[in-house]
Design a protein around this ligand. Sequence first.
Ligand SMILES: Nc1ncnc2c1ncn2[C@@H]1O[C@H](COP(=O)(O)OP(=O)(O)O)[C@@H](O)[C@H]1O
Ligand SMILES: [Mg+2]
Length: 263
Amino acid sequence: MATDSVARAPARVEDLTPSSARELVIRARDLRKVYRLGGDVAVHALRGLDLDVVTGEYAAIMGPSGSGKSTLLQILGCLDVPSDGSYLLSGDEVATLDEEGLSTIRNRRIGFVFQAYNLLPRANALDNVALPLLYRGMGLRARRERAREALERVGLADRMDHRPNELSGGQKQRVAIARALAADPDILLADEPTGNLDSQTGQEILTLFDALHGEGRTILIVTHEAEVAEHCERIIRIRDGVVESSEQVTIRRRPLVSGIAET
Ligand SMILES: Nc1ncnc2c1ncn2[C@@H]1O[C@H](COP(=O)(O)OP(=O)(O)O)[C@@H](O)[C@H]1O
Ligand SMILES: [Mg+2]
């Protein structure tokens, strides 16, 4: 932990206008991540990154390939740990949490969506969504019930018994979103969720994120596409492992259709 970054942290809160009235859910200071590749080779993926996200915010993270976007998202999602720096999640320093504290965050507070869906190929949609709930100690019946609700929520009521290879790309991503939603997380992190989809299907996925944001969830989406970023309230640009700029989106792109379209 870099003590200097912790020591200077309190002064930064005042910089947070105009949303200072809302509670900070993510507060990262001087985050660093070094990947050691053996020998003397080291990749500095994050180089002292500061980021504040308020509760209910809908933000896009953009930046060139290799700038550290995925590394940042994995650290924010507690899927990886920083080499140095401070990450406060709702005021708790994540580095001080034990494995149980971390798994509670991963299983309840934060939902993660990946570009490549990361579904289990042999399991049908229902089981893909229900399985992670096992780690919350839910019984089979409760898990299936919760999974069914989540799949209905993303418009896949009629695809529950389909395996991933029997689903379109957009449907697979909706299963992945249902899996993230089933735990009812207050934060959703998505790493290029529309990167493998055609633009029409990508729009449908975004409509879903728009609706989830409308319910008050905090959403961060890594994307290369301006059309995706313009759905969000804020665009955070990352370059060389630091935040290069952060701007509010003045004219947001609205959902093309209301509700969730079926593909
Ligand atoms: N597991 C890893 N081991 C070594 N280097 C990595 C690893 N993950 C990412 N990197 C490197 O860290 C840098 C940032 O990667 P990443 O966070 O994936 O960037 P982005 O998502 O913006 O493309 C890149 O130089 C990448 O090659
Ligand atoms: Mg990436």
